[in-house]
Every structure is written in structure tokens, then in C-alpha cells.
Write a protein that binds this ligand. Structure first.
Ligand SMILES: Cc1cc2nc3c(=O)[nH]c(=O)nc-3n(C[C@H](O)[C@H](O)[C@H](O)COP(=O)(O)OP(=O)(O)OC[C@H]3O[C@@H](n4cnc5c(N)ncnc54)[C@H](O)[C@@H]3O)c2cc1C
Length: 304
């Protein structure tokens, strides 16, 4: 359970309030506001605030005086055109502010996305909770033998049990020592800013993370991708669902051109043209390296 009853009550109270506004609101996003969507064993993503909707993208693209909306089909066509031609600034007119609770090792990956505003929970000021990410059995995998930066089959049997025991026991022992070191009962008590160095990277942290839609989609393109680590991908997947409700037309264009699309080099396009003319092109005659050819075949071949 990622939320305490007090935290849930605060969220419920906030969700109980409504305000009238002249600003555009997105119906699909209103249902997400403040709600914590659980991720991993103790994490969550929740929307704290947002600005704009699909119409705001069109409004900015047309530099309109009013809402800038023509018709739903027109707007969808414009959004697809903007996405297709990397005309990105209209997407920057939409903003989102998230509250995310995530393990520190996931935060290390997430924070590499520099085009956001971040405010993190202070472990100098506050005491961290005894909450650690312990993978589910099916997310406890062996090192991949084909990809140095990935995982392979699930660990099994005694090895899986032992690894889980180490993860749990080490986390608890480190936290016990953390608590003992900062305690002021009969001792001075080590500063929190120092004691935290004893905590493992699977402890949870929290932050507010604000970004615009263009940079959010870039983040999702990289982190909802199958090459991203599972533990950050599940956060990205959750955010994808939220974005699909917030700006449905922009999300459809993103899913089509970015998530579902592929970039082909000039050499690859030349190969496609040769294939369409009936030539049997192989890696040796393609002008591509083995790696490029493998990825090219991956694009051409239906994964189903
Ligand atoms: C599968 C995967 C594996 C990865 N592996 C590693 C790894 O092994 N080691 C590692 O260190 N990182 C790794 N990364 C992180 C990666 O290299 C990027 O740092 C991260 O994805 C953020 O991307 P970004 O810089 O495009 O995003 P953002 O920081 O959000 O930037 C968005 C865009 O803004 C522009 N921009 C932002 N800041 C600058 C700047 N200072 N100068 C110029 N342009 C800027 C760029 O066009 C950039 O693409 C990995 C990422 C992925 C998705």
C-alpha cells in the first residue's frame, strides 16, 4: 500500500474540492487529478496540476485569439502534422506537474532527463520511511546473455529465494542502523544528512516533477520503450495512460509516429526501394553493419 490512511484522506479532501475557472480543462485529466496510481510495491504517480489540452496545442500552432479550435478532425490533422514534422513548440504549451514516489536507483535514471523542474523530498531535513523496493518473483531476472544492459530469464528455485532474502535482510539491517545512528536517546545522534549514506539504492524517495508535453513525450519515448529498465518503464507506462486521457489526439499521434514508428537511414531507405523493385537484399549487399541490419529486419518483420 503506497499511501497511509492520512495521506489518502488528504487526497480525498483535495479531490472533494472544485473551482470554477475560465481556463481550459481536460475532462480526461480531471479524473486523474491528485489520485495516486500505484507503481511497483510502494511507489505511485499522481497528477498535481496541468495546463492545456489538445486545443491548446492547436491554439499555439495557429497563434489564435480564441480557443484556436476549428473542428475535431482539423485539430487532429494539425496535431498529426506537427508531430510528423517535429514542429515541437506547440506541444510545449501544455504542462504537467507530477508527484512521484520511486526507488532511488530509478530516480537516478529519471533525473537524467534535464528538461524538467524537480523538487525532491529532503533526507537532510526529514527521516526516510522504511520502504524498499523488493522485486516481485517474476521481475527477478538473471543477467542477459545477449545484452550487457539487460536481463534474461527469471531466477528460479533456491537462488531466487536467497536473492530475495538478501535484498530484504540487507535493507532492514541498513535501516535499523540508520534509525539507531540518528536516534538521540542517550547519544548525540548522527545528522540525517550523514546517516542516509548507509541506505541502499532501493529505498524510496519522492519528488514533484514538472515538465512540458514535448519533453514529457521525449521521456516516454525513451522510458516506455522495451529497451528501458522494467522498473522505470512501469512508471512511464502509467504516465502514458494519463497522457492518453489528457491530450488524446496528441497521444494518438505520438503512439503512431514515435512509439510505433521507426527512423530509417538513407542506406535503409535505399534498401527498401531496391526490395520493392524485386531485388533480394542481404546484409552483405545492404551497406549496413550487422547490428544495423538486425534492427532494420526488426522494423520490416511483423513482430506478431
Ligand atoms: C535505454 C537507455 C539506456 C541508457 N544508458 C545510459 C548509460 O549507460 N549511461 C548514461 O550515462 N546514460 C544512459 N542513458 C541516459 C541517456 O543517455 C540520456 O541522458 C537520457 O535518456 C536523457 O535523455 P535526453 O538528454 O535526451 O533528455 P533531456 O535531458 O530531457 O533533454 C531533452 C533534449 O534537450 C536537449 N538538451 C537538454 N540538455 C542539453 C544540453 N545541456 N546540451 C544540449 N542539448 C540539451 C537535447 O536535445 C535532449 O535530447 C540511457 C537512457 C536510456 C533510455
Amino acid at each position: 500500500m503506497p499511501l497511509s490512511p492520512d495521506q489518502q484522506a488528504e487526497i480525498d479532501a483535495q479531490r472533494g474540492q472544485t473551482h470554477t475557472t475560465r481556463r481550459a480543462t481536460a475532462e480526461g485529466m480531471e479524473k486523474h487529478l491528485y489520485t495516486a496510481h500505484p507503481v511497483l510495491d510502494h511507489g505511485f504517480v499522481r497528477v498535481i496540476d496541468y495546463m492545456g489540452d489538445d486545443a491548446a496545442i492547436c491554439q499555439a500552432a495557429r497563434v489564435s485569439y480564441g480557443r484556436g479550435t476549428k473542428s475535431v478532425q482539423n485539430d487532429e490533422g494539425l496535431i498529426r502534422y506537427l508531430m510528423r514534422h517535429w514542429h515541437s513548440t506547440p506541444f510545449e504549451m501544455c504542462e504537467i506537474k507530477l508527484h512521484v514516489k520511486l526507488p532511488v536507483f530509478v530516480a537516478r535514471q529519471w533525473i537524467r532527463h534535464r528538461t524538467a523542474n524537480v523538487n525532491e523530498y529532503s533526507a537532510r531535513y526529514s527521516i526516510l520511511d522504511r520502504e524498499f523496493y523488493i522485486p516481485a518473483r517474476d521481475a527477478l531476472n538473471a543477467q542477459s546473455v545477449v545484452n550487457n544492459q539487460g536481463r534474461g530469464a527469471a531466477l528460479s528455485g533456491e537462488e531466487a529465494e536467497r536473492v530475495l532474502r538478501y535484498l530484504r535482510d540487507d535493507a532492514m539491517r541498513c535501516y535499523d542502523h540508520y534509525e539507531e545512528m540518528i536516534g538521540q536517546d542517550g547519544q548525540q545522534g548522527l545528522a540525517r544528512e550523514l546517516a542516509r549514506m548507509n541506505l541502499p539504492a532501493n529505498i524510496y524517495t519522492q519528488w514533484y516533477w514538472k515538465t512540458d508535453l514535448h519533453n514529457l513525450l521525449h521521456f516516454l519515448r525513451l522510458r516506455a520503450d522495451k529497451h528501458a529498465q522494467y522498473e522505470i518503464r512501469v512508471y512511464a507506462d502509467t504516465i502514458c495512460n494519463i497522457v492518453a486521457d489528457w491530450v488524446p489526439a496528441a497521444y494518438r499521434a505520438f503512439a503512431d509516429y514515435r512509439m510505433g514508428g521507426a527512423t530509417l537511414s538513407a542506406t535503409a531507405i535505399d534498401c527498401v526501394r531496391r526490395m520493392l523493385k524485386g531485388e533480394v537484399v542481404t546484409q552483405e549487399t545492404s551497406g549496413m553493419s550487422k547490428g544495423e541490419w538486425r534492427e532494420f529486419e526488426g522494423v520490416l518483420n511483423d513482430p506478431a
